[in-house]
Design a protein around this ligand. Structure first.
Ligand SMILES: NC(=O)c1ccc[n+]([C@@H]2O[C@H](COP(=O)([O-])OP(=O)(O)OC[C@H]3O[C@@H](n4cnc5c(N)ncnc54)[C@H](O)[C@@H]3O)[C@@H](O)[C@H]2O)c1
Ligand SMILES: O=C(O)C(=O)C[C@@H](O)[C@H](O)[C@H](O)COP(=O)(O)O
Ligand SMILES: [Zn+2]
Length: 372
């Protein structure tokens, strides 16, 4: 049975979660669309071709465009390639883009849709855990620059999102588990039941095939999407509440930039959540127990909770480029308890460095992180 989460806003849209859902796509494209560009990485070429053929049967003029894998897709060069494709195929404002893939692909496809003719429709067909519970929903689109993550982008909500859990069966375990970091994030910021479900089902959730076929994953995806939908429905452009979805990302994005985008996003966010939990603890705002719960739940999934200890200056430079920063003021989303978020603004530099020491490799703490 499919689950539907509706995202409110200027143009409400549905996130449909279930199995074998590609038939939903034409309905989501809406009235008046004639041409459709299906953007996908090589790993999803067969799916993209099936979508193109189906769209043609429904009378659309459908094209596919293959883009590089993962973060390699989120560049100005790849965006420019897609603008060229759209231009040469004569896409007008009543035409549409469909993103088929993980968060990297849908961030790119969404950004190209946001910028082509100053905005055409996009439907996201998400094929990863991180994409389904987070990237495809909420309209944050963008690309990276050498200086940092998602530094160029636009808020451009989709016309609909398809989360076909059957697609997850082919995912590599490390990519699958990395996506669970965003699910755990939703648990810490808003929905404690998510944490209980993850803690009770670690073995199942670290097996992509078994997890994808389970009601546990269906419930987790629905709950995480519901958290995201609740937030972005009232604060699309991140003027306040939406910042909570950035929990763990200040330090996480800094790792990604320092590692030249070779780390998985979810793995970096995993360390970032432990970092900011330690920061909140050192600032006297979070209990030891909740900090340790971060470590235990993330490491039980095989996610990293530590990072190399010799990168502080570079991490700090990267954190200053975080979108929550205002002028020289570094700002963090912190927890005061599970489900209770707050902001920590301009923490003392010694506190920032002390939290780094707590997540540095070699710090006297147990870690069961695997090679993500
Ligand atoms: N816009 C947002 O709100 C938002 C939210 C969260 C994450 N993100 C972004 O999303 C990206 C991370 O998303 P991700 O984890 O999906 O990464 P990803 O898109 O890089 O996908 C991970 C890997 O899985 C492969 N893949 C995708 N679907 C597959 C399938 N069904 N079977 C087999 N392999 C498959 C991809 O080819 C890739 O190699 C980052 O760029 C992050 O910044 C954006
Ligand atoms: O939707 C949001 O808002 C988020 O912050 C969700 C994050 O998981 C996601 O990684 C997002 O792309 C980060 O946004 P950024 O503004 O920090 O680039
Ligand atoms: Zn994220």
């Amino acid at each position: 049975m499919n689950r539907i989460v509706t995202v409110d806003g200027e143009r409400p849209y549905d996130v449909v979660i279930g199995r074998h859902l590609l038939g939903e796509l034409p309905g989501m494209l809406g009235e008046g669309v004639r041409r459709v560009l299906v953007v996908h990485p090589a790993a999803l070429a067969t799916t993209a071709e099936a979508i193109r053929a189906d769209l043609r049967e429904h009378g659309y003029e459908a094209f596919t465009a293959e883009v590089p894998d993962a973060e390699e897709a989120k560049t100005a060069q790849v965006a420019a390639f897609l603008w060229q494709v759209l231009g040469q195929a004569g896409f007008t404002r009543s035409d549409a883009v469909v993103g088929v893939g993980g968060g990297a692909t849908t961030d790119l496809a969404g950004f190209v849709a946001a910028t082509w003719l100053r905005g055409v429709r996009v439907v996201q067909v998400s094929t990863t855990v991180a994409g389904m519970v987070d990237a495809a929903v909420g309209g944050k689109t963008g690309i990276n620059t050498a200086e940092g993550k998602n530094l160029v982008g636009a808020f451009h909500p989709p016309a609909g999102v398809i989360c076909d859990l059957a697609a997850l069966e082919t995912m590599a375990r490390h990519d699958f588990v990395a996506g669970l970091a965003e699910v755990v994030k939703c648990g810490f910021i808003d929905d404690p039941r998510i944490l209980e479900l993850v803690e009770a089902n670690v073995d199942l959730l670290t097996d992509p095939v078994a997890a994808s076929r389970s009601d546990v994953l269906l419930e987790l995806v629905e709950r995480a999407v519901a958290v995201k939908a609740k937030v972005v429905s009232v604060d699309l452009k991140e003027s306040g509440l939406r910042e909570i979805l950035n929990y763990g990302h200040t330090f996480g994005h800094a790792i990604e930039q320092v590692e030249r985008f070779q780390w998985r996003h979810g793995a970096a966010v995993s360390v970032g959540m432990v970092y900011v939990a330690e920061l909140a603890r050192l600032a006297g705002r979070l209990s030891d127990d909740v900090v340790e719960r971060h470590r235990s739940i993330l490491s039980s999934l095989g996610l990293p909770t530590t990072y190399r200890g010799d990168r502080w200056e570079r991490l700090l430079t990267a954190m200053r480029r975080d979108k929550k920063t205002r002028g020289d003021l570094l700002r963090f989303v912190v927890l005061e308890d599970v489900g209770r978020t707050a902001r920590l603004e301009g923490p003392d530099p010694t506190l920032l460095a002390a939290a780094y020491a707590e997540v540095s490799e070699g710090a006297p703490r147990p870690s069961r992180a695997v090679d993500l």
